[in-house]
Ligand binder design. Structure first.
Ligand code: NAD
Ligand code: DAU
Length: 380
């Protein structure tokens, strides 16, 4: 079948990538969606079981650092769009092993850019109708001050409403014009990849878009990240390791709202532009953790706050950024996007999902998920 578009989504077996792949495969039956993923520890094909047999979906196990393979795939699938999510994404791992982050996030992105450039420049129409869409993070902007450490609109710990948490801890926000100032090896590698993407536009005229998003939460997130790790630990009454004093602030966005933004920007975004994507939803870690504990306890029929004593303050993350808060008003103004879910609903859905999918969590924590590819794909 001739498809209207042939789009590679890199990192489609990861957390955000799996939501993007699912959205595109279901919403656009006339697009061919090629999920290109190396299946590192963070890639889990079980995240996509519901769509893996759809005719417009193809999975390819490959490393974005492998130049020959990237060139071959561009040709083989006549790719006209790339949505690039593949990355090493966990800050704590980057502190222990920065090389892997430079390899995948910097060299991998550059490899993919060069493969796209060679292929698109070889076509009679050149770059017309093509797009390299790079998914990045708000962490490239560094950290914001906390001008209102107690919160502008207290009290927060018992509430779960996004509206109350917008502009809660300061007046400064990350805007598209904010100067890059990455602090962790992870954010430094993402910043570098963003620069390469923009350089390919400025130097070669490649049509690119970059978006920088805040913390995502929701189903299928690898349980090394705060929210799924803590839900699983509360369920099993294991300690909850809170870094430092739990005072750091993050801006949380439900993952499906990020996927919706990616869809909108892929189709309507302005080439060579940057859009910030955020939740308008700032939380101090410790307040968010209390909401998660209360929600898990209620859904498991435990006494309210019964598991608060699992909170365990541990040594702080090195270089721990104090506050992230995104101003996504440009995206709202220009493309009409806004988060569809209030945090109260998003966190309820998320906790319910992990409690209902203990088998998914067990599969991931035991390492069994790493065999899924061999069982399902290798001999097809
Ligand atoms: P994730 O760690 O859950 O998934 C990453 C995926 O990339 C995995 O499937 C992994 O197998 C794949 N991958 C890693 N190295 C690869 C390689 N060399 N070749 C091919 N595939 C490879 O990550 P995530 O949280 O879904 O984040 C996806 C993207 O979004 C990343 O670029 C991240 O920087 C960015 N981002 C994440 C968040 C967040 O809160 N999670 C927020 C903003 C931006
Ligand atoms: O802001 C966007 C970024 O959000 C993405 O670019 C990253 O890929 C993603 O991992 C996320 O980074 P964070 O470092 O903010 O997420 P994490 O879930 O690791 O931590 C959230 C906050 O919770 C952070 O302040 C550290 C703290 N934390 C985390 C863990 C895992 C703890 O206190 N204890 C923990 O065990």
């Amino acid at each position: 079948m001739e498809y209207k578009r042939n789009i590679i989504v890199t990192g489609g077996a990861g957390f955000i990538g799996s939501h993007v792949v699912r959205l595109f495969v279901n919403k656009y039956p006339d697009y061919h969606i090629i999920n290109l993923d190396k299946l590192t520890y963070a890639g889990n094909l079980a995240n996509l079981q519901d769509i893996e047999r759809m005719p417009n979906y193809t999975f390819v196990k490959a490393d974005i650092c492998d130049f020959e393979t990237m060139c071959g795939l561009m040709q083989r699938y006549a790719v006209d769009g790339i949505i690039h999510l593949a990355a090493e994404s966990h800050v704590d791992r980057s502190i222990k092993d920065p090389f892997t982050f430079a390899r995948t996030n910097v060299m991998g992105t550059l490899t993919l850019l060069q493969a796209a450039k060679l292929y698109w420049e070889s076509l009679p129409e050149g770059y017309e109708g093509k797009l390299f869409y790079h998914i990045s993070t708000d962490e490239v902007y560094g950290a914001l001050e906390m001008t209102h450490p107690e919160g502008v609109k207290p009290p927060f710990s018992t509430m779960a409403s996004s509206a109350e948490h917008h502009m809660a801890y300061g007046t400064e926000f990350f805007r598209e014009t904010t100067k890059y100032s990455p602090h962790s090896p992870y954010s430094a590698s993402k910043a570098s990849s963003d620069h390469f993407v923009r350089a390919f536009h400025d130097t070669y005229g490649m049509p690119v878009i970059v978006t920088n998003c805040s913390n995502n939460y929701g189903p299928y997130q690898f349980p090394e990240k705060l929210i799924p790790l803590f839900i699983n630990n509360i369920r099993h009454r294991k300690p909850l390791p809170v870094y430092g004093k739990g005072e750091n602030v993050r801006d949380w966005l439900y993952v499906e709202d990020h996927a919706r933004a990616i869809d909108l920007i892929f189709h309507k975004g302005k080439v060579a532009d940057t859009y910030n994507i955020g939740g308008f939803n700032e939380w101090k870690n410790i307040d968010l953790i209390k909401v998660v504990i209360n929600t898990v306890d209620r859904l498991l029929g435990r006494a309210p706050g019964e598991d608060m004593d699992l909170i365990t303050y541990v040594t702080d993350r090195k270089g721990h950024d104090l506050r992230y808060a995104i101003d996504s008003s440009k995206l709202q103004r220009e493309l009409g996007w806004e988060p569809s879910l209030q945090f109260e609903e998003g966190i309820e859905r998320t906790v319910c999902w992990y409690l209902d999918h203990q088998a998914w969590l067990d599969n991931v924590t035991s390492g069994d998920y790493l065999r899924y590819y061999d069982e399902m794909y290798k001999n097809r």
